[in-house]
Write a protein that binds this ligand. Structure first.
Ligand SMILES: NC(=O)c1ccc[n+]([C@@H]2O[C@H](COP(=O)([O-])OP(=O)(O)OC[C@H]3O[C@@H](n4cnc5c(N)ncnc54)[C@H](O)[C@@H]3O)[C@@H](O)[C@H]2O)c1
Length: 259
């Protein structure tokens, strides 16, 4: 078991890649806090894990609330008796518009993509230190590695996440706290449909989110979108002790799109 006796948090864990990760990590021996805005879907993930003999709790709330983003650490550590890893997976596409941008949308994108993950991290660091180290993983994106004409605000946020990862990795490596990012390419989740259907996004006349998702898949060398489990596999590696000397990496899992 690759995460035997580890205790961890996965945010945005009721759907998509986070859900795959939470289920996979529990199957690999971790006790997992399944954190999500959607409490019913989070409870279903917890049920799936516990029915298979794993350990999980559901924590439902809005991570744009600093109190909740902090509280998930306290509640997880007190329930399971410590904390070894966090997958800060939560994020949002943000507005595609630049001209006519609603600044409330900008603030929301920065709050959820950048501020909330830093608030959770601030709370998690003492818990990881108390265990003699640990692993922090963030979800950036290929949009944290290269520009996107349709997502400059998302670019700001996800380049910010990659910057945060690199700074934290250098700051906390000496405490055996590793900090990395996974950078998914287009991945088959509900968020991808939201992403391509935004006003001023890539949706030309005659296209639907579904047709565009297929076309976007064709933009990487492997010619398809990723499945959530393919991202969760990379997350599992980065969180586990198999990656014991991997620190400060922003790993593309994109079929070669950014090669
Ligand atoms: N899907 C893609 O193509 C893609 C590509 C690159 C990066 N990402 C990143 O992956 C992450 C999203 O993962 P996904 O594609 O698996 O999404 P998803 O749509 O499958 O799931 C998103 C989950 O986040 C939860 N959520 C939304 N707002 C929240 C909030 N304020 N507080 C708590 N939970 C909240 C939702 O309830 C939902 O369960 C984001 O960080 C996104 O930027 C996605």
């Amino acid at each position: 078991m690759r995460l035997a006796n580890k205790i961890g948090i996965v945010t945005a864990a009721a759907s998509g890649m986070g859900r795959e990760g939470a289920i996979r990590f529990a199957a690999e021996g971790a006790s997992v806090a399944v954190v999500d805005l959607d409490g019913y879907a989070a409870a279903a993930v917890v049920h799936r894990i516990t029915a298979a003999g794993g350990k999980a709790i559901g924590l439902s709330g809005d991570l744009t609330s600093d109190d909740f983003a902090r509280d998930i650490v306290r509640r997880t550590a007190s329930h399971f008796g410590g904390l070894d890893f966090v997958w800060n997976h939560v994020g949002t596409p943000g507005p595609a518009l630049i001209e006519g941008l609603d600044w409330k949308d900008f603030d929301f994108a920065m709050n959820l993509n950048v501020r909330s993950v830093l608030v959770t991290t601030e709370a998690a660091l003492p818990e990881l230190r108390a265990r003699g180290g640990g692993s922090l993983l963030f979800t950036a994106s290929t949009s944290g590695l290269q520009g996107s004409p349709y997502s400059p605000v998302y670019n700001i946020a996800k380049f910010g996440v990659v910057g945060l990862v690199k700074g934290l990795a250098k700051r906390y490596g000496h405490e055996n706290i590793r900090v990395n990012a996974v950078c998914p390419g287009t991945t088959d989740t509900p968020m991808l449909r939201v992403f391509v259907a935004r006003p001023d996004s890539q949706l030309p006349p005659g296209e639907t989110p579904e047709t565009l998702v297929v076309k976007r898949g064709g933009l990487n060398p492997m010619g398809r979108v990723a499945q959530p489990a393919e991202i969760a596999n990379a997350a599992l590696f980065l969180l586990s002790d198999e990656a014991s000397f991997v620190n400060g990496v922003a790993l593309p899992v994109d079929g070669g799109a950014t090669a």
